[in-house]
Every structure is written in C-alpha cells, then in structure tokens.
Write a protein that binds this ligand. Structure first.
Ligand code: SF4
Length: 493
C-alpha cells in the first residue's frame, strides 16, 4: 500500500509505445524489485532523485550483471549523469524530460547500441505524454496524481526545480489534463494531486510588471497562461463533486481573489505553500523575498482558508538566521494562520541548487568525508551514517536544531492539536480521516528525530503502511467506469 501514484512511471510507460508489448512497472514503495525476474537483454529504466539514488545504483549494478540494459533518468541522473555510469552500472542516461526520447532509447538498447547520454531537454507543454493509468495495479494507492504545468518562475536558493524544469511555465492543454482526471475517477480515485512545480505560475505582480513595458508581447503571453489556468479550473468544476484536488502553490496566490475563487469552484481544497521562514532574515537567507513575515504572513495564509483552500505550510529550519526561539515562533504562527497541515524540514543542500553550490565551494577548501565519501556526495553515504545536517550554524549546535525541529513536529501533530484542527470537516467519518491522515503525514515525513537503526525505521514504515491501509477506504470512491468528459459548453455556476 502506498500513498500516491508515482506518475512519472506511468508517463514513461506511455512513452515506450506498444511495439514491444506493455512495459512492466515496479514501484519499490509497494514491492522490492525481483532481480531474478529480469532477463538478459531486457531494457530497464531506473528513475532516481537524490533521496533514492543510492538504492537505484544498487539495483542498476545488479541488473547490469544479469545482462540487462540499464538506463537511468530523473532529476538526479540529469544532474550527475557520470555518477549513474560509475556507481549505477548505467549503459545510458536520459537527461531532462523522457517524454519524446524514451522510445528511441529502448530501440537503441534492443539494437545493442545505446548512447552514453540522451538529451531529453524540456519538452513543451503541448507535447507532454499522458500517463498510462490502465497499467495501474488496483487497490494499491490512496491518491492519484496528474501534472498540469512544469517549471517555476521563482529562484529559491534551496530548490532545483527552476533550474531543472526551467523558469518558463510549460502548461499542458486543458483537455489532456481533464482526460486523465476522468480516467482516474473512473478507477475510483477521488483525491488527486495536481503534481505541479507551481500551480500559480503568473502572479499579479508579474502582470503589473509586464503592463509597464511598452512592448506588450510578454503581457499577452502571461494573460494567455493565466486564462488557461482558469479554463482548466472551470473544467475541473464540471467533474463529479466528490473529487478533491490539491496542489503546490506560491503564497502570492492569496492576493488574487479571482484565482482563489476559481480554485474553490474546482474543488482544489488543499495546497502546499512554501512559507519557509517566519522572519524577514530567514526569507532573505533563501531568496524568497516575495513571501511575507509576521502578522502579514498570518493574514495572507488565512486568505487561503477563507476560500476553503487548506494549506500545508512548509517551513525550513537550520537557516543561518534561526535562533532558539524561532522554532516555537514558527509553530505558533502555523497555528495562528490556521494551517491545516505543516512540515518542518531541515535545511539540506540538494544538488542543482544555489545552496549546494555555495556549500560545495566551501567544502572544497576543507573537505569532510564519511567512510571516504565526501559529504558533498551525501546521497552516496549509507543512510545510517549520513549526517542529518550539513552546514554548521553560526549560533546553534546542529543537535539542538535537530531536536528543536523534532519538537516542532511533536507540538503541531499532538493528538490535541490534530483533534482541534479536525473541526475543519464536519462528519465523524471525515474527522476520523483527518486524524488518520495527519498521523500518516507525521509518520512519513517527521524523520528528523527517528533513530536510524533499522528496527525503528521498519516499525515506522509498517505503521505508516497500516495507517495508509486504513485511510485508503476513506479516500476512494465507487468506480465510475461510464464517466464521460465534461460538456465544454456547460459552465459551472
Ligand atoms: S521552492 Fe517553489 S517557488 Fe521556489 S523555485 Fe522551487 S518550486 Fe518555485
């Protein structure tokens, strides 16, 4: 049982085509790969991000030894193609989007002459491949996922999205998004993540700036992008009313009542908002000056709730400007701002980010290693030996930051706190779902204090699965195999 469908697996499956039959999909959050089931000459695509790169490399080496063709892709392989070759036994690496090049990669492997690297580039929105949801195993996921836009115009220092997916939003055609949603609802999914880098790619400020230019080309482009967002939301509003969507968005959307109202009509009931820090200094640390702090921040976050959009606020701890009282202040603000969920993550220099480059340059002067592995390649260090924090803090010991972060999770997700927040839903069944999902979220992501010994990690994973299984019944709906595409001539009221 897993929480959310790993969309990219089903997109790459679709990109494979059908000439060689249906591809087999393996999601290790469900079941570990059975290496013995893979035969010499098979073509295996392994997608990795930094967090699971080490496991991906282990599988890659084993499969190459068995005689399979091994191809890596995903954000991490895009950033470190040479590492996938040296550590993961790759024959080949796909950089960027696989949508258009993947079929050629498979053909080259089967012909025995794969290239070292394929440049998938950034595919335009009208050419994104739709996922093959017909291959989805039944009853194994709680929520589904659909992508509506890739890329983000911002440039936060801890984030690699704007560099890998680009700063120019690439939006998919409305009909193709809606078609996938319809397919998923036919299968019984009611909760669907709009798995976008940033669902609100055009802000009021962007429009105001473009309006000030004498050349109106940019303004028209932005207006068109914005209009397409509204069209998408109008179409979503016409779908069965038991559907619930959630997404990822910047805080600036709260200044845009028309957009929030359209979200409400479309039943986009939840949004992850990167708050990051509750102080001006913290926001400067992460190049996120477009966010607010203090009471203005509370007011802005509450604006989402005023439009029935529940916020999962994301906060970063370990910023240079953090002090001992920042942790309490952050949780208090999260409570005052009526956040429905919150996550408290430790500042981690992920590759592809500005933070990583600065940190790697510092490290180069006096490199630290663990078992011979430089910590600038921290993902290659076995998890139980990997440091939890990588950058020394100017005023606090790292252990104190870790413990205080754990304290923030514990306070926000106390039974009392969760039960109080569960008032946002009405029926007892919905409140139960709320409590379970809060605990599941806490179980899955509050890893800052969980010991790294394998027994506790396994217990924690088992508990998350158990909660997930309970939750699934609460989140799925009756399949609607006959569901048709919405009538475009109709309009939601
Ligand atoms: S953190 Fe969010 S807003 Fe900032 S660049 Fe990444 S996707 Fe964009």
């Amino acid at each position: 049982m897993a929480v959310i469908t790993p969309r990219w697996l089903y997109v790459v499956a679709a990109a494979t085509g059908t000439a060689w039959g249906d591809p087999q999909i393996i999601d290790e959050t469900l079941d570990p790969v059975d290496v013995n089931a893979i035969n010499p000459g098979d073509v295996v695509g392994i997608g990795i991000h930094t967090g699971n790169a080490r496991r991906g490399y282990e599988i890659g080496r084993q499969l190459r030894e068995r005689g399979a063709w091994v191809v890596f892709g995903g954000i991490h392989a895009t950033l470190f193609p040479e590492e996938a070759h040296s550590e993961g036994g790759a024959h080949s690496v796909v950089k960027g989007d696989a949508d258009l090049v993947w079929q050629g990669v498979v053909a080259d492997c089967l012909a025995g002459r794969p290239q070292q690297v394929y440049e998938g580039g950034r595919v335009s929105g009208d050419r994104f491949v739709s996922a093959r949801w017909d291959l989805l195993p039944r009853g194994r996921y709680m929520w589904a996922s659909v992508q509506t836009v890739r890329g983000c115009p911002k440039h936060c220092s801890f984030c690699s999205v704007w560099r890998t997916d680009g700063q120019e939003p690439r939006q998919r055609a409305v009909d193709r998004v809606v078609q996938e949603v319809v397919e998923l609802r036919r299968l019984g999914f009611r909760f669907i993540a709009l798995a976008d880098d940033n669902f609100y790619p055009v802000t009021m400020e962007d429009l105001a700036q473009a309006r000030r230019r004498s050349d109106k080309t940019r303004l028209h482009e932005l207006e068109e992008l914005r209009q397409e967002r509204f069209e998408l939301m109008e179409q979503l509003a016409l779908l069965p009313d038991d559907l619930v969507f959630y997404t990822q968005i910047t805080m600036e959307a709260a200044e845009d009542p028309a957009f929030l109202a359209a979200m409400r009509r479309a039943r986009i009931r939840g949004a992850l908002v990167g708050v990051e820090s509750v102080t001006d200094e913290g926001l400067k640390d992460v190049y996120k000056g477009f966010n607010l702090s203090g009471d203005d921040l509370v007011a802005r976050l509450r604006e989402f709730r005023n439009h029935d959009v529940h916020v999962l606020g994301s906060f970063i701890f370990g910023l240079p400007s953090d002090r001992a009282d920042t942790f309490e202040a952050t949780v208090s603000l999260a409570e005052r701002a009526n956040l429905t969920f919150a996550q408290f993550v430790l500042l981690t220099p992920f590759p592809g980010t500005i933070d990583f480059e600065k940190w790697a340059a510092e490290q180069a002067k006096d490199p630290v290693t663990v078992d011979g592995v430089p910590i600038t390649r921290h993902w290659l260090i076995p998890e139980h030996k990997r440091p939890k924090l990588f950058t020394n803090h100017p005023t606090m010991p790292l252990e104190e930051i870790r413990q205080r972060t754990q304290g923030a999770w514990d306070r926000f997700y106390s039974w009392r706190g969760i039960w109080a927040r569960s008032r946002v839903v009405e029926s007892l069944r919905a409140r139960l779902a709320f409590v379970l999902i809060s605990k599941l979220y806490r179980q899955m992501y509050a890893n800052t204090g969980i010991a790294t010994d394998s027994a506790r990690v396994q217990r924690s994973t088992r508990k998350a699965r158990w909660i997930g299984t309970l939750c699934r019944g609460l989140f799925m709906g009756k399949p609607m195999p006959e569901l048709a595409m919405p009538d475009r001539s109709a309009r939601a009221t």
